[in-house]
Design a protein around this ligand. Structure first.
Ligand code: ATP
Length: 513
């Protein structure tokens, strides 16, 4: 555990030291759970967005984009259910005065039971070696079965109580399981209360005529209220999707895990509109597709798992999370939800306008059903950044820190380094720089020894370093050093563009999706 915590600290400090993420308003001692992306962070974030946008919009003829406003008519949130039901159950510890989400305390308890089950499986795997039948062991080992059944029954009871708004039972469950404050060990809890997560604000100058607004807690509703506009003007037939990337705001009760849980964050959401009755087949298809999108990044299949929801949100008839192994354990990275016709029907009802689709094949009009994929951009950033950050011991015993990012996501694609600051080398370096900058985000660095410059580029994940030396002046070649293998080869200046492009373009990623 201590090791994991140390690593997580390293992730946070590396992100700051190398211009990826700064605490917001740091000169005023920061603002809780709000972060700013620095010069390298914004590039990495933009590249993650591009990967998602290209995979969704560019690669699907039947998905189009949208950029709807953050402010929406307040009735949107009444219709969507957010005014009445976008709550988290919170509980306070009377001794430590710390606030927690009651459902998260229970889920963390279950995660510990799952860890125990997995330890048993690991032990058995070692004991039985080749002949180990994992499926049979999981089905019959009394301890594993007990851990898993206990989890199931806790989650089912929590889901039932939350659905029935029986908050007293949620507290009883926490007490029965003797769950303690994770920071202090105290079991002295208050009642469980519901807390609405939406930020409110006002539109208009005069206090009496001002209108109450909310900052959107999800981007999806902007897509729903534009369904008819987009469908008619794009002439799309069902099934088709609308994709959007944008900010969302939630007044999170606890926000202690860096950019994992923020109060202002970004979502990449796609709502796929389908004929009623076909939604569960599309739901399965999108689960598969989104999983492949993640795997294509090469962060390792072992870092992902699906978690099917026991407790369905008020709008869903099926839901699953893709969870990722963050430095603090498996947590939700993306949600895939079959949202039925709940949202469009609700907006029809509240607006008094028809929001329907005429299906020429069925020869009828209906409210489409929706399958949603929703991934947090900042959580994607954290997943990529933390997994790619590595300390390596080299053959000569020296150490380096490398951010082994997928090349298409790297903030800087190549660094041009004149060996020394004289003899015409900076001038040639500048010429190469001025040519390559049309195609790639590149930088040029003259300061420090070549070794130090290589290390700095490794730390921000630059796939290539290009060194210009005296031979370059004679034969128009440079030394190209590759980040991961650290291999150096002599290449013609005229070949640089193609070599870099081959490595960093999105084609390699997109062809695997
Ligand atoms: P959680 O259970 O972790 O609070 P959620 O189920 O409320 O998440 P959704 O409403 O399904 O999340 O939102 C879709 C995605 O948006 C999530 O999978 C996550 O990646 C991202 N997300 C949600 N809340 C936050 C937040 N506070 N900070 C950063 N990303 C978030």
């Amino acid at each position: 555990m201590a090791k994991q915590e140390d690593f997580f600290k390293k992730v946070v400090s590396h992100a700051k030291e190398y211009g990826f993420i700064f605490p917001s308003s740091e000169v005023y001692d920061g603002l809780s759970a709000i972060y700013d992306y620095g010069q390298n962070g914004v590039e990495l974030k933009n590249n993650i967005k591009a990967y998602w946008w290209k995979a969704m919009v560019q690669m699907h003829e039947n998905i189009v984009g949208l950029d709807s406003a953050i402010f929406m008519h307040p009735t949107v949130w009444k219709a969507s259910g957010h005014v009445d039901a976008f709550n988290d159950p919170l509980i306070d510890n009377k001794d430590s005065k710390k606030r927690y989400r009651a459902d998260v305390l229970l889920e963390d308890y279950c995660a510990k039971l799952e860890d125990k089950a997995e330890k048993e499986i690991e032990k058995a795997k070692k004991r039985f070696g080749e002949s180990f039948d994992q499926a049979q062991f999981e089905a019959t080992n009394p301890r594993v079965v007990e851990y898993r059944e206990k989890q199931k029954s806790i989650l089912a009871r929590m889901a039932k109580s939350l659905d029935a708004n029986d908050l007293e039972d949620v507290k009883t469950l926490i007490e029965e399981l003797e769950i303690a404050d994770p920071e202090t060990g105290s079991k002295n809890w208050t009642e469980v209360r519901q807390f609405n997560l939406m930020f409110g604000t006002k539109l208009g100058a005069a206090a009496e005529s001002a209108m109450d607004l909310y900052l959107r807690p999800e981007t999806a509703q902007g897509i729903f209220i534009n369904f008819s506009n987009v469908q008619k003007t794009s002439r799309q037939k069902l099934p088709f999707g609308i994709a959007q990337i944008g900010k969302a705001f939630r007044n999170e009760i606890i926000a202690r895990q860096f950019i994992f849980r923020m109060r202002e964050f970004e979502q990449m959401e796609m709502q796929f509109f389908v004929p009623p009755g076909t939604e569960l087949a599309f739901y399965e298809e999108w689960k598969e597709k989104r999983y492949k999108w993640h795997l294509a990044l090469g962060l390792g299949a072992e870092n992902y798992r699906f978690h099917d929801h026991e407790k369905l949100a008020h709008y869903a008839n099926a839901a699953a999370d893709i969870e990722y192994k963050f430095p603090f354990g498996f947590k939700e990275l993306e949600g895939i939800h079959s949202r039925t016709d709940f949202d469009l029907s609700a907006h029809e009802k509240h607006s008094g306008r028809k929001i329907q689709y005429f299906d020429p094949e069925r020869n009828e009009s209906y409210v489409p059903y929706v399958v949603e994929t929703s991934v947090g951009l900042d959580r994607m950033f954290l997943a990529v950044f933390s997994t790619c950050l590595k300390d390596e011991v080299l053959e000569d015993g020296s150490e380096r820190t490398v951010l082994a990012l997928p090349p298409a996501l790297a903030p800087v694609k190549a660094a041009i380094l004149p060996l020394i600051k004289k003899d015409g080398l900076p001038e040639l370096a500048e010429k190469i720089f001025n040519d390559l900058r049309f195609d790639f985000n590149i930088i040029s660095e003259e300061k420090d020894t070549i070794g130090k410059r290589y290390r700095r580029q490794d730390a921000i994940g630059t796939p290539y370093c290009i060194t210009v030396d005296h031979d370059s002046l004679q034969d128009n070649t440079v030394t190209l050093r590759e980040r991961d293998s650290m291999k150096q080869e002599r290449v013609a200046i005229s070949d640089l563009k193609n070599i870099i492009d081959e490595k960093v373009n999105f084609r390699t990623l997109l062809s695997k999706v």
